[in-house]
Design a protein around this ligand. Structure first.
Ligand code: VG1
Ligand code: CO
Length: 553
């Protein structure tokens, strides 16, 4: 079969963000947009991928299948030996990470914009993961970007056609070499791995004997097929326990982001008290929100800490032991308290899952999480929504207790880290940038340090978070402005790196309390003085014209 070399012109906006290249779908459907970026990935990876295996899949959103076919034809022309693709192109982000590792692939290409809405009016995205199964580190993404800015041609083998709906293998001869495309069941390898991590028999029996009522919600994203097989079929959670389970190109109009705002319908349903455990997931299946009976909300920063505190009830950790914990910098520090008690280290890394990979590869990290509904372990190199739901189920079975009781017990033992995040989505870039510039100035002149901002709060430290990777010594700067007070309370300001238009400001607020009488205080009430102070210091309302955030977590 013939390889064609097609002339193209570079786009100037193919710089990957926190988690891959994410843009409005309308940007991606432009002629050669996907081709250019795909060629840039192959150029960046270079000779090392020749003859090797690459995994391809995505969350089922609009334009995914077309992109899978483009990638097949271009992989053939770029000397890839084999592609492993989920049936119909469907692979959750964690399942793709699992496949890269289990099948010893050199990398993977994920077609998703994660929790951003889909459809022609929504967003699309492409992300490259490396051979450890994790998102490509900065060194690789900046190479991809460099190639995308200089690209003049791409290679494609137009005759390679594969029916991606049929499981099986097809072999082609391209330039005298074999090129194989294997279509695999989207769930099987992942299920196999989950069975190795958790005690499915114990969970099934617990659900049955306690008559535990579970509702898991795929939000019309990629997790549907995984939840059907794992919960309904394997754990016998009963018919109707999995909802919104067919991946739809536009997620049925849902914004597939598992939080109290975008999953409000689910929260309302859980409030009726008919279920003991609820969980929902984002478009590509790496995020999770855990709810107890009557929609008792488990804050993600607490969720990872509580899983860590009880991890010995999970067979996987009994086998591997605990090598360390980690959280992203803005994430609430409940996990640090657990680490202290267990006598292991809790690492602090910048926002984005790619920063956990090195620690895991160096056997220094077992469980980690982000405040943005991301929780996972070193079983793969991505966050994993279904894994987190199974972890909570294991906790319930082990503790023989409700979600709420487990969380409240945790607060009693460790104290409570009150945490909230305010998102100001799609604000004008100028206002957002001005705000960050002012804050950066305050951090560099250190004028607030030592100042009493109120009776209770005196600034101890103010900086722009800088991270030096302890494994490869790479340095990542400007990862968010931190203001830390003498009592350990914190304000963090950063701009999102996953939005597709304008700027999104994230304001993170945390405060610790271990007075029993205050543990049940509503989060917003507890943190109000700090929120007000954050708004005052940053001058956010004036600079952005926004008096209210779009989302409060
Ligand atoms: C956001 C979250 C971050 C997460 C990233 C990718 O990034 O804050 O914690 O790792 O999304 O998540 P940002 O730069 O917009 O704050 V996923 O599920 O969406 O790919
Ligand atoms: Co996601």
């Amino acid at each position: 079969m013939e390889v064609s070399v097609i002339e193209t012109k570079a786009f100037d906006n193919q710089k990957p963000g926190t988690s891959g290249l994410r843009k409005p779908t309308e940007t991606f459907v432009q002629e050669n947009y996907v081709e250019n970026f795909t060629q840039s990935i192959f150029n960046a990876v270079g000779h090392s991928a020749h003859g090797r295996t690459v995994v391809v899949g995505g969350d089922g959103r609009y334009f995914m299948k077309e992109s899978v076919h483009t990638i097949i034809k271009m992989a053939a022309a770029n000397k890839i030996g084999k592609l492993i693709i989920g049936q119909d192109g469907i692979l959750s982000t964690p399942a793709l990470s699992c496949l890269i590792r289990m099948r010893k692939a050199i990398g993977g290409i994920i077609l998703t914009a994660s929790h951003n809405p889909g459809g022609i009016k929504g967003d699309f995205g492409i992300k490259y993961n490396t051979s450890n199964g994790g998102p490509a580190p900065e060194a690789v993404t900046s190479e991809i970007f460099r190639h995308s800015s200089e690209i003049k041609e791409y290679r494609i083998c137009k005759e390679v056609e594969v029916d991606i709906s049929r499981i099986g293998q097809k072999r082609f001869r391209v330039n005298g070499k074999d090129f194989v495309v294997q279509i695999v069941d989207s769930v099987d390898d992942y299920l196999y791995m989950m069975k190795d991590i958790y005690d499915f028999k114990l969970l099934r029996e617990y659900i049955k004997t306690q008559n535990l009522r579970i509702c898991v919600n795929a939000m019309n994203g990629v997790t549907g097929p995984y939840l059907k097989k794992i919960f309904e079929k394997e754990l016998e959670t009963g018919e109707g326990s999995v909802i919104n389970s067919t991946p739809l190109v536009d997620f049925g109009g849902i914004h597939p982001d598992p939080n109290m705002t975008y999953a409000a319908d689910f929260v309302d349903m859980m409030k009726k008290g008919e279920y003991d455990l609820g969980a929902c997931f984002d478009g590509d299946g790496d995020r999770n929100m855990i709810l107890g009976k009557e929609a008792f909300f488990v804050n993600p920063s607490d969720s990872v800490a509580i899983i860590a505190a009880h991890c010995q009830c999970i067979p996987y950790f009994k086998k591997t032991g605990i090598k360390g914990f980690a959280r992203s910098m803005p994430t609430g520090s409940s996990l640090d308290k657990v680490a202290e008690k267990c006598g292991v280290k809790c690492h602090e890394v910048p926002t984005g899952w790619k920063f956990f990979g090195n620690l895991m590869d160096a056997d220094q990290l077992s469980i980690c999480g982000e405040e943005s509904f991301g929780t996972s372990s070193d079983h793969i190199r991505e966050k994993d929504g279904v894994w987190a739901a199974l972890a909570w189920l294991s906790l319930l079975a082990n503790q023989q207790n409700s979600v709420q009781q487990i969380v409240e017990e945790h607060w009693k033992t460790y104290g409570r880290n009150f945490f909230t995040r305010y998102d100001y989505e799609n604000v004008e870039s100028k206002g957002a940038n001005d705000m960050m510039t002012n804050l950066r100035q305050l951090a560099s002149d250190q004028s607030l340090v030592g100042q009493a901002m109120s009776e209770q709060y005196t600034v101890q430290l103010m900086d722009d978070f800088r991270f030096e990777d302890s494994i490869d010594q790479s340095v990542t700067e400007k990862q968010g402005i931190r203001i830390i007070f003498t009592d350990g309370s914190r304000l963090v300001f950063r701009l999102s790196g996953t939005g597709s238009s304008g700027a999104t400001i994230r304001l993170y607020i945390e405060s610790f309390c271990n007075e029993d009488s205050k543990l049940q205080t509503p989060t917003q009430e507890m943190l109000k003085p700090l929120v007000d102070m954050a708004l005052k210091i940053s001058n956010l309302v004036l600079l952005t014209g926004r008096s209210e955030p779009t989302v409060i977590t």
